[in-house]
Design a protein around this ligand. Structure first.
Ligand SMILES: Nc1ncnc2c1ncn2[C@@H]1O[C@H](COP(=O)(O)OP(=O)(O)O)[C@@H](O)[C@H]1O
Ligand SMILES: *[C@@H]1O[C@H](CO)[C@@H](O)[C@H](O)[C@H]1NC(C)=O
Ligand SMILES: *[C@@H]1O[C@H](CO)[C@@H](O)[C@H](O)[C@H]1NC(C)=O
Ligand SMILES: *[C@@H]1O[C@H](CO)[C@@H](O)[C@H](O)[C@H]1NC(C)=O
Ligand SMILES: *[C@@H]1O[C@H](CO)[C@@H](O)[C@H](O)[C@H]1NC(C)=O
Ligand SMILES: [Mg+2]
Length: 597
C-alpha cells in the first residue's frame, strides 16, 4: 500500500517534471531565433517588419523575412531587402550556420560587414548592395565555398579586394561597383573572369580586369586627410605608403560626396513628402491657436499677435530652409521678429515639443538669436525669433557684392565661437547645436554674429532613427564620425565650427565646385595645402586687411577643429581662449596683401 502510494507520488513528480520540461522547450527560442533577435537589436529603425519577431515564439520560422528548412527548422533564408532598415549588422548573424541566402540590400545599414558572416559556410547568395556599409570586405568571405552571388555594390566600402575571394569557384555573380575600393584587383582564380561591369565606380582600383595600370594612375594626385586605410592581409601587392594615403584620401572624399548625394536626396524626399505646405498662415491660426511668450518683456497680447499673423503672406517670406519657412513680422510699435513656421507632422509630440521649446526659450545670450515665444496651432508651430537685420552669414559671404574685410570676418568668427561655447559649456542643460553652418549664423546691423536654430535639429529629429539628424545637418559641415554613427556630440559641433571658419576665411562654400573638381571638399583641400605647407593660400583673395600672424593662428585653430579624430579637436571654451589671446590681438607690423600674389 505504502509502496503503491510512493509509486504514485513518483509518477506525479515525473509527469510534473515532464510538463515543466515541455514548457521550457516551448518557451525557449532556438539559437537561430536568438541570433536573429540579436540582429534585430542592432537595427534602430525599420518600416515595421520586425513587429512579429517575438521572443516568445518557439522558433523564428514564422517571422517575416525568415525562411526555415521544413525538417531541421534551421533558418536558411533571411530576406529583409527594402525595409528601411537603419543600423549595423550584428556579428551574431554568423551563428546562422545553415543560412543559404542573405538579402539585406536597399536599406540604410552602416558600419562594417561582420567577418563572422564567413562562418555561414552554406551561403549561396549574399545581397548587401545599396547600403552605407563601410570598411573593408572581410577576407573571411573566402571561406564561403558555396557562394554563387556576392553583390556589395553601392556601399562605401574601402580597402582592397581580398585575394581570398579568388577561391570561390562557384561564384558567378560578383559586383563591388560604386564603392571606394582601392588597389590591385587580384587576378587569382575566380576573380580573373569578372569584367569592368563588376568594378565600375571605384576610383582607386586598378588591374587587368578594368584595363587600368596600377602605378601611373595615382602618382600625381593630391594627398591629404589621413583617412584610415584598411590593409588586407591577403593582398600581396605592396603599394607605396604615400600612394596609399592619397588613394584613401580620395576614397574618403568620394565617400563623403556619395553620402552627401544621398543626404540631399533624403532631404528632397523629406521636404517633398514630410512637410507639405497645407494652406497659409491665416489657416494655421484661424482654427484655435495659443501663444506662449518667454521673456516677459514684450507688450503684446495674444490677440495682437494672432491678428498680425493673419496678415502675413508670401510677400513677407524672407527665407526657407530645412525646417520650414521664415517670415518677417513687423509689429505696430516698430519691433520686428522673424517667424519660423514648421508644419506639424506628429501630433503626439506636442507636450515634449513644448517642454523643449520652454528650455530653448529660457536661453538668452548676446551671441545667440533669442527665441521669444511660439504659437501653437493645430497645423503648425510658429516660432518667434528676434529679427536680425544683417541676414545670414551665408548671404553676406556668398551673395552680396560688398566684401567683408578681415576684421569683420574675425569678429564674426569670434561671435559664433562665443555663442557656441555658451551653448556647450555655460547653459543648463548644455545644448549641442547639430546644425552649425553659415546660414545659421545671423548678423545684426553692426555685423556682429549670432548663432541661430540651436536645439531645433534635435527637436525635429525622428525618435526612431537618426536619419533626419543627418539630413538636418548640411553636408560639408558634418564630422566624419557623425556621418558614420549619427551621434552628435560637442565635438561634432566643433568640427562644423572649424568648417565654418574655413568658409569665412576662404569665401568659399565647403563644397565649392573648385574643391569638388579636385575630388575634395574644403577640409580635404586644407589638408592638401597643409602637407605642402601652403595653407595660407586658402585665404579669400577678395579679403582686404589680412594679417599674417592672426591668419596663421586662426588656421591652426581651424586645423585642430576639423581633425578627423574627435579627441584631437579642442573644446569651444578652448577655441574662444585661443581666438582671444592669439588671433584677435592684432600685431600691426605684418600686413599681408593677398592681391599681390
Ligand atoms: N531671425 C532671423 N532674422 C533674419 N533672417 C532670418 C532669421 N532666421 C532665418 N532667417 C533667414 O531665413 C533663412 C532660412 O532660415 P532657416 O529656415 O533657418 O533655414 P536655413 O538655416 O537652413 O537657411 C535664413 O537663411 C536667413 O536668411
Ligand atoms: C516546405 O513546406 C511548404 C509548405 O508547408 C512547402 O510549400 C514547401 O515546398 C516545403 N519545402 C520543402 C523544401 O520541402
Ligand atoms: C525578398 O523578398 C521580396 C518580397 O518581400 C521579394 O520580392 C524578393 O524577390 C525576395 N528576394 C529574394 C532574393 O528572395
Ligand atoms: C565565427 O567566426 C569567428 C571569427 O571569424 C570565430 O572566432 C568563431 O569561433 C566562429 N564561430 C562561431 C560559432 O561563431
Ligand atoms: C553592378 O552594380 C552596378 C550598380 O548597381 C550596375 O550598374 C552594374 O551593371 C552591376 N554589374 C553587374 C555585372 O551586375
Ligand atoms: Mg536656420
Amino acid at each position: 500500500m505504502a509502496s503503491g502510494l510512493m509509486r504514485c507520488q513518483r509518477l506525479l513528480l515525473l509527469s510534473a517534471l515532464l510538463i515543466y520540461a515541455a514548457m521550457q522547450e516551448i518557451s525557449a527560442i532556438t539559437s537561430d531565433g536568438e541570433a536573429l533577435l540579436s540582429f534585430k537589436t542592432s537595427i534602430v529603425g525599420s518600416d515595421g517588419i520586425f513587429q512579429q519577431w517575438r521572443q516568445e515564439d518557439s522558433d523564428p520560422c514564422i517571422w517575416s523575412g525568415v525562411t526555415c528548412d521544413n525538417h531541421t527548422r534551421r533558418v536558411i533564408r533571411l530576406n529583409l531587402s527594402y525595409h528601411k532598415l537603419i543600423g549595423s549588422i550584428s556579428p551574431d548573424i554568423g551563428k546562422l550556420s545553415n543560412l543559404k541566402l542573405l538579402a539585406l540590400h536597399g536599406n540604410s545599414l552602416y558600419g562594417n560587414i561582420p567577418p563572422e558572416i564567413g562562418n555561414c559556410t552554406e551561403l549561396q547568395h549574399v545581397y548587401l548592395q545599396g547600403n552605407y556599409l563601410s570598411e573593408s570586405i572581410p577576407p573571411e568571405f573566402g571561406n564561403l565555398w558555396e557562394l554563387e552571388t556576392l553583390d556589395l555594390s553601392s556601399n562605401t566600402l574601402s580597402g582592397s579586394i581580398p585575394v581570398s575571394l579568388g577561391r570561390l569557384t562557384k561564384l558567378t555573380e560578383f559586383n563591388v561597383s560604386t564603392n571606394f575600393l582601392t588597389g590591385l584587383i587580384p587576378t587569382d582564380g575566380t576573380l580573373s573572369k569578372f569584367t569592368e561591369n563588376s568594378f565600375i565606380g571605384n576610383r582607386g582600383l586598378c588591374g587587368k580586369q578594368i584595363h587600368v595600370d596600377c602605378k601611373d594612375e595615382f602618382g600625381s594626385a593630391p594627398g591629404g586627410s589621413g583617412a584610415p586605410s584598411s590593409d588586407n592581409p591577403g593582398n600581396k601587392k605592396p603599394t607605396r605608403n604615400s600612394t596609399r594615403l592619397v588613394i584613401s584620401a580620395v576614397a574618403t572624399v568620394c565617400a563623403l560626396l556619395l553620402v552627401a548625394l544621398m543626404c540631399f536626396w533624403g532631404c528632397f524626399l523629406y521636404k517633398k513628402f514630410g512637410k507639405n505646405e497645407i494652406g497659409g498662415l491665416a489657416m494655421d491660426v484661424s482654427g484655435g491657436a495659443s501663444i506662449v511668450m518667454f521673456h516677459g518683456d514684450l507688450p503684446y497680447t495674444t490677440k495682437d499677435i494672432l491678428k498680425k499673423l493673419e496678415t502675413l503672406n508670401d510677400e513677407n517670406i524672407i527665407g526657407s530652409g530645412g525646417f520650414g519657412t521664415v517670415y518677417k513680422l513687423a509689429m505696430d510699435d516698430g519691433n520686428v521678429f522673424a517667424l519660423k513656421r514648421i508644419i506639424k507632422t506628429n501630433e503626439g509630440l506636442d507636450r515634449f515639443f513644448d517642454r523643449e521649446l520652454e528650455i530653448l526659450g529660457s536661453i538668452k545670450h548676446r551671441y545667440l538669436v533669442n527665441l521669444r515665444g511660439y504659437c501653437n496651432s493645430p497645423s503648425s508651430k510658429l516660432l518667434l525669433y528676434d529679427f536680425l537685420a544683417g541676414g545670414s552669414l551665408d548671404e553676406a559671404l556668398h551673395e552680396r557684392s560688398e566684401q567683408l574685410d578681415w576684421d569683420a570676418r574675425l569678429n564674426i568668427i569670434m561671435g559664433a565661437a562665443k555663442g557656441l561655447a555658451y551653448l556647450h559649456h555655460d547653459c543648463s542643460p548644455r545644448i549641442i547645436h547639430r546644425d552649425i553652418k553659415s546660414s545659421n549664423i545671423l548678423l545684426d546691423g553692426n555685423l556682429d554674429a549670432r548663432v541661430s536654430d540651436f536645439g531645433l535639429a534635435k527637436l525635429l529629429e525622428d525618435e526612431e532613427s537618426h536619419i533626419t539628424t543627418i539630413v538636418a545637418g548640411t553636408f560639408g559641415y558634418l564630422a566624419p564620425e557623425y556621418m558614420q554613427s549619427g551621434r552628435a556630440t560637442e565635438k561634432t559641433d566643433v568640427y562644423s565650427f572649424g568648417v565654418l571658419v574655413l568658409e569665412v576665411i576662404s569665401g568659399k562654400r565647403p563644397t565649392d565646385s573648385s574643391f569638388i573638381e579636385k575630388g575634395l571638399n574644403i577640409v580635404g583641400w586644407l589638408n592638401f595645402l597643409v602637407v605642402e605647407n601652403r595653407q595660407r593660400e586658402i585665404i579669400d583673395p577678395q579679403c582686404e586687411g589680412v594679417q599674417l600672424e592672426s591668419l596663421d593662428a586662426l588656421l591652426s585653430v581651424a586645423i585642430q577643429c576639423v581633425s578627423s579624430n574627435p579627441e584631437d579637436r579642442p573644446t569651444m571654451h578652448r577655441v574662444v581662449q585661443i581666438l582671444e589671446s592669439e588671433v584677435m590681438t592684432p600685431c600691426p607690423s605684418d600686413f599681408y596683401d593677398s592681391n599681390s600674389e
